[in-house]
Design a protein around this ligand. Sequence first.
Ligand SMILES: *[C@@H]1O[C@H](CO)[C@@H](O)[C@H](O)[C@H]1NC(C)=O
Ligand SMILES: *[C@@H]1O[C@H](CO)[C@@H](O)[C@H](O)[C@H]1NC(C)=O
Ligand SMILES: *[C@@H]1O[C@H](CO)[C@@H](O)[C@H](O)[C@H]1NC(C)=O
Ligand SMILES: *[C@@H]1O[C@H](CO)[C@@H](O)[C@H](O)[C@H]1NC(C)=O
Ligand SMILES: *[C@@H]1O[C@H](CO)[C@@H](O)[C@H](O)[C@H]1NC(C)=O
Length: 460
Amino acid sequence: MLFPCGILILYILISVSGFRKDLFSTRTSYFWAHSNVREPQTNEWMSVNIDGTPCTAQHVSTLIRHGAAYPNLNFLRKLSDLQKTIRENLGNIQFSYIDTWVSRYPKEKAYHLNPLGMNEQFSIGNRFGERFRKLFEGSKELSLNFLSSNKDRTTSSARSFMNGIRDVIEFVEDKEVDPYINDSLVRFYEDCPKLEKVTNDPRLLYELRTFLDSDYIKNITDSVQRRLGFSDNILSKNDISFINLVCASELASVNSTEWCDMIKDSEREVLEYAQDLEDYYERMYGHPVMGEIACPLVQDMFSDMDHIVNGSSVRHRGKFYFGHSSTMTSFYAVFGFFKEQPLQANKFKELREREFMGSKAISFSSNIALTLYSCAPNAGQFNNKTVDRKYIIQMFVNEEKVKIPICGEDPCFYGELRNRLSNMIDMCDIESVCKIQDLNSASCIGSFLCLLLLIIHRLL
Ligand SMILES: *[C@@H]1O[C@H](CO)[C@@H](O)[C@H](O)[C@H]1NC(C)=O
Ligand SMILES: *[C@@H]1O[C@H](CO)[C@@H](O)[C@H](O)[C@H]1NC(C)=O
Ligand SMILES: *[C@@H]1O[C@H](CO)[C@@H](O)[C@H](O)[C@H]1NC(C)=O
Ligand SMILES: *[C@@H]1O[C@H](CO)[C@@H](O)[C@H](O)[C@H]1NC(C)=O
Ligand SMILES: *[C@@H]1O[C@H](CO)[C@@H](O)[C@H](O)[C@H]1NC(C)=O
């Protein structure tokens, strides 16, 4: 074992002290957001029983966000400015330690995976290994496939995750393998002009702006400054949510709570709602392109499963993609998660127990697994309809079985899901998804409708 159990337990213990640590949206550790994950049983996800028909796992494709990471350089610069501002205006001696506070983040490790993140990945890998033991055991080196973006925090996550699997599964060829780097599969949202254009459209974040202008945010900005003993209004709304992130980063990177007392749990909830409003529209449902851009990844996952369903040999038993929070949000959008409950500025109270919470859905090391099961032929009543009812898909989000929103039925038949996604799988053309439709007068000559559209476009 690479990481003794004791360390894991210590990290889990961090989550039981004075205040809530599960409200930091994307800066929430998996351990804080999902502290209730059960220890798995061996082969727990290997089989399911559908109306009396036994089905066995053939393949699992999993998207995993990188684990908890050190803050980046931009964050460190902002932090040093913020400390200066607080130092100059502080009126409450309770916080005078901020005067002498010294950053303990290793600069050369900016945005690298931190030890907490390594532990997250190791323990999730460990549980996946245990749950799919029968599928993975005896795997040849390449039948488990690891892909990652070209960043330290994702490649290191892949390695920790692999080690977690290795801890329970013996490989036939037991040698360390580096993950394959493939940014077009997991950082598909980069260099996409269309995406850039729609995210820059001010209408996209209407709900967020409305909420930021509300009394909820104004009251918090006031009370935090009163707590610090400021005599003037110095801190902006952004400063307040930044203080909250400093608290999360300190906790995750150096296990310190010094920056956490400036904000109360009830205020953290409000700040998280604002962040969720942003993520919901900017990264999931503000525009269809946010889901469409995930087609390279969706296509890659389904090509492995198609192979199995078409009766060819199994290429990969497990495929693990290590990506980023935007990879996760696009992927959620593809499958229709959280769509039925849109977030709105005036619904903070109603949606306190909402479906989409960044701290749960896109925490560090958050994960979505698609598992393909083959069901015993002709054994159950659902099995004699058509051939593709032989295969079902189950989805596990953050290690919990969930219903797939875009799949009409539960269980979700492979053919059904594949049909619903066939545009993405069979016609994935990321260039045309990302292309900005260029309406210009030259290409409009001779078409009245086109000219009309052009005029409307210019007016908007
Ligand atoms: C990334 O994956 C895609 C899809 O499988 C493939 O076409 C492409 O060649 C890969 N890129 C690299 C750099 O391996
Ligand atoms: C904001 O603070 C005022 C004054 O304390 C209070 O009356 C009001 O209910 C608060 N509003 C919200 C949305 O918290
Ligand atoms: C983090 O700090 C708390 C108290 O400040 C301590 O109880 C805990 O053991 C620490 N955890 C680690 C992993 O160092
Ligand atoms: C498998 O079958 C699907 C349709 O059922 C087809 O679109 C796909 O190209 C086939 N894939 C392979 C790998 O043979
Ligand atoms: C399944 O098979 C049974 C008996 O062979 C038949 O009565 C039934 O209609 C079939 N169901 C469907 C949906 O085809």
